[in-house]
Design a protein around this ligand. Structure first.
Ligand code: SF4
Length: 281
């Protein structure tokens, strides 16, 4: 039994903002890299937020799971990278909690979004929760980097009304510099979502001096523009809200001196996406 489990085998799901620092909640959790989530009866949850308007249509409950194989330089939540940074809870417990909010979420044309960390680290756990949410008549979404897209089988995709896909760069070298991983799996996942006509919102985080070069933006825009399933490209201006977490975790934060993306830069990049034929905002 994990340290955070109660006698009954379940633990409370931490409520709060995605910007709350949480770490080492389950110190004996497996390493993210070695984790194989076959059953999905239990998983590791960082936090959840109710009333979110940022993570899909309507008013939503956003569930943040822990574990991520990427190391984005601009990550706002490095306290979600390791499974141990989450509380081990049963899927049943999470589903019960979502059930309390389901009538209100339906009334506000909202639903459930599972984010992270990287949701596909815990694909079976997420799949169980998404299936249950669909059973409650909720709109369902995930936010993912797509790096582990091959783990999402067709049954998993069938539980989703929307995929919010972070394409962090178009140039492979820049992508690796930003994330410490390869771009290719994300592009293949995007193509698969396009082939099954799954609704997608693409997110692009705009970091001055890192992801903002016109050719880098252009490559993402030209890749996405022909995909009819992509409803929106959302340009997210870099901010420093997560900086304190890097410090608290003793991590080297390379963007300490990077300014927030100014409005004229955001406008230029949105313009590039629009010029390529994307619905961008
Ligand atoms: S994919 Fe998300 S959680 Fe993972 S490092 Fe990047 S920004 Fe952070």
């Amino acid at each position: 039994m994990a340290a955070s489990d109660s006698i009954s085998g379940v633990a409370e799901i931490p409520e709060g903002s995605r910007h709350d620092l949480r770490h080492d909640l389950t110190p004996d959790a497996p390493e993210t890299e070695n984790y194989s989530d076959q059953e999905g009866a239990f998983g590791y949850v960082h936090s959840y937020e109710t009333g979110s308007r940022l993570d899909g249509p309507g008013v939503r409950i956003a569930l943040f799971v822990s574990g991520c194989p990427l190391r984005c330089q601009y990550c706002h939540n490095p306290d979600t990278w390791q499974l141990k940074h989450g509380v081990r809870v049963s899927a049943e417990r999470v589903i019960e909690r979502i059930g309390h909010f389901a009538p209100a979420l339906r009334a506000m044309q909202g639903g459930l979004t599972i984010s992270g960390g990287e949701v596909l680290v815990q694909v079976a756990f997420a799949g169980r929760i998404l299936r249950a949410a669909k059973g409650m008549g909720l709109h369902t979404a995930i936010e993912t980097s797509g790096f582990l897209g091959a783990r999402a089988n067709d049954e998993f995709l069938n539980q989703l009304d929307l995929v919010i896909l972070d394409i962090k760069s178009g140039d492979p070298d820049t992508y690796r510099r930003v994330t410490n991983r390869d771009l290719e799996p994300t592009l293949r996942f995007a193509e698969r979502l396009s082939a099954v006509n799954k609704p997608v919102w693409v997110r692009f985080t705009l970091v001055p001096g890192l992801t903002d070069s016109p050719p880098n933006v252009e490559t993402v825009a030209k890749f996405v523009a022909p995909m009819k399933n992509v409803e929106w490209v959302e340009v997210l201006p870099f901010h420093q809200l997560g900086a304190f977490k890097w410090k608290a975790l003793g991590l080297e934060y390379k963007l300490a001196d990077t300014p927030p993306a100014p409005p004229e830069l955001v406008a230029r990049v949105i313009g590039q996406f629009r010029d390529a034929g994307c619905n961008a905002r």
